[in-house]
Design a protein around this ligand. Structure first.
Ligand code: NDP
Length: 479
């Protein structure tokens, strides 16, 4: 007997979206000159009209951030700065439903995830860094560490509010002021965060938000008044930024792409591993830089595992992001959907075998069914390139060393997962895997106390934990 799920839609009533937004500069919303629409990717409904930041806006934001730094923020003790961060964290908690609904509307992610992951983790980042603000001398960074000054922060569309929190919380805790640009397709929660800054009484200009596209981001990166850049996004743009800041005194952290391996040994607990693989690739529609997008499985259990995985995938509910039963929401943009389709077609053409469960996708909006490709080889594009969608590439191995070699055979090195019941094997594998974050018998676990970042083309530096704090300080001497 099977039960059908009745619709359980979350109400939109908690959210008020203005028809048009300006930039948040110097503690005020300032009208922009040009505008572009932001849409709900699940329905293609236009949600609002957003200002496209140009040179004048970025100049004004950098000026406001510098003024706030010199007049207010640098004069405050860590204890006082910490109070603001605590207030912001509490307000995020109080307004959690509003943020979760707005995030799901603008991004397309299921409300279950924005409500249970994005917003609580964003608040946790502010709480965690609030605690650090008056204890920096105990962070193992020496006594001479100082903030960089004005920090330019550019964030992507996959976790809009959470990436803002990853960036803004440590910057403020360490005494920097901020000019932040949210992604073109997901600006709304950053603009709501401006209201939170006001509600918390944050001095004007400490946080400035300039909306726009890649050209706005480039203006921030190249602005002479910016002392440090913190970027999360594609490896391609990360390389452009690295080139732009080379030869300047700007400090930079880059959190870029990934092609993580989930390495499943024959002694793994199969049902738990299946659950972990599903979470690893289908969480947030696979729009996750550390997504477990390559399943590398020991050949002896491969057939049984794939059957169980397919059975589990048949239960994934795709549809309305605001329905509390939904597991897989909308793809964030038409452009991203086209990229996923293009890479999946390359998988077909190169000889891998595609499988998706039967599921009816909505007629409007951007959708892609959960998909696995078996028979993938290391040379296939779907084994090498970041798809950034709900698509899993399955490769097999015979000996543990072959598994490690395949897992490491990527230009990226952000994350990896190891599945085995043997502790010694998981530790052996973790030592050999070249990735910044390695999970064993679990996946996609995030915590503000834990540093996150990659090797090779996955980026420079770490975010979160003590390591992440260091990136926002100069003159650091490790103790
Ligand atoms: P981008 O790297 O282009 O976007 C990330 C941020 O950088 C956005 O705010 C973007 O602005 C901004 N930006 C774009 N160009 C520049 C520039 N020249 N200088 C400064 N800032 C810039 O990612 P996309 O959104 O184009 O996604 C492309 C691919 O990147 C995805 O398919 C995925 O593979 C990968 N990706 C990886 C992420 C990760 O966390 N590792 C996150 C997002 C994407 P805007 O969006 O407004 O144009």
């Amino acid at each position: 007997m099977t039960f059908e799920y009745a619709p359980a839609p979350e109400s939109r009533a908690s959210v008020t979206i203005k028809p048009k937004y300006g930039h948040y500069i110097g503690g005020k919303f300032v009208a922009g000159e040009k505008h572009f629409p932001t849409i709900n990717p699940a329905t293609e409904e236009v949600l609002s009209s957003i200002s496209l930041g140009g040179k004048k806006d970025v100049d004004a934001a950098v000026k406001a951030a510098k003024k706030a730094l010199d007049l207010h923020w640098s004069k405050l003790s860590g204890r006082e700065r910490g109070k603001y961060l605590f207030r912001i964290a509490r307000i995020l908690q109080e307004r959690a439903r509003e943020f979760a609904v707005l995030e799901s509307l603008d991004n397309g992610k299921p409300i279950r995830e924005s409500r249970d992951v994005d917003v609580p983790l964003a608040a946790a980042h502010f709480f965690y860094h609030a605690g650090w603000a008056d204890k920096l001398e105990f962070a193992g960074v020496g006594t001479k560490a100082k903030p960089h000054g004005v920090v330019g922060q550019i964030i992507p569309w996959n976790f809009p509010l959470l990436m803002l929190a990853w960036k803004v919380a440590p910057a403020l805790a360490t005494g920097n002021t901020v000019v932040l640009k949210p992604a073109e397709t997901t600006p709304l929660t950053a603009l709501l965060f401006a209201e939170v800054c006001e509600q918390a009484g944050l001095p004007a200009g400490v946080v400035n938000i300039v909306t726009g596209d890649g050209s706005t981001g480039a203006l921030i990166v190249n602005h002479p008044g910016i002392n440090k850049i913190a970027f999360t996004g594609s490896t391609e743009v990360g390389k452009i930024i690295a080139e732009s800041v080379a030869g300047t005194s700007k400090s930079v952290t880059l959190e870029l792409g990934g092609k993580a391996a989930n390495l499943v040994f024959e002694d793994a607990a199969i049902d738990e591993s299946v659950e972990g693989i599903v979470n690893g690739i289908f969480f947030n529609q696979g729009h996750v830089c550390c997504a477990g997008s390559r399943l590398i499985i020991q050949e002896s259990i491969s057939d049984e595992f794939i059957k169980k995985l397919q059975k589990r995938m048949e239960k994934i509910r795709v549809g309305d992001p605001l329905d509390k039963n939904t597991d897989l929401g909308a793809i964030n943009s038409r452009a991203q959907l086209e990229k996923i389709k293009e890479l999946s077609l390359a998988g077909d053409a190169e000889g891998a075998e595609r499988w998706s469960p039967q599921c009816s996708l909505p007629n409007k909006g951007f959708w892609f069914a959960p998909t696995i490709f078996t028979g993938v080889t290391q040379s296939h594009r779907i084994a090498r390139e970041e798809i950034f969608g709900p698509v899993l590439s399955v490769l097999t191995f015979r000996t543990p060393q072959e598994g490690i070699d395949k897992a490491n055979n990527t230009p990226f090195g952000l994350s990896a997962g190891v599945w085995s019941e043997k502790g010694s094997k998981t530790l052996w594998a973790a030592q050999k895997l070249k990735a910044g974050v390695i999970w064993t018998n679990t996946f996609n676990k995030f915590d503000p106390t834990s540093p996150f970042g990659g090797y090779k083309e996955s980026g420079w530096g770490r975010e979160g934990g003590r390591h992440g704090l260091t990136a926002y300080l100069k003159g650091v001497t490790h103790e």
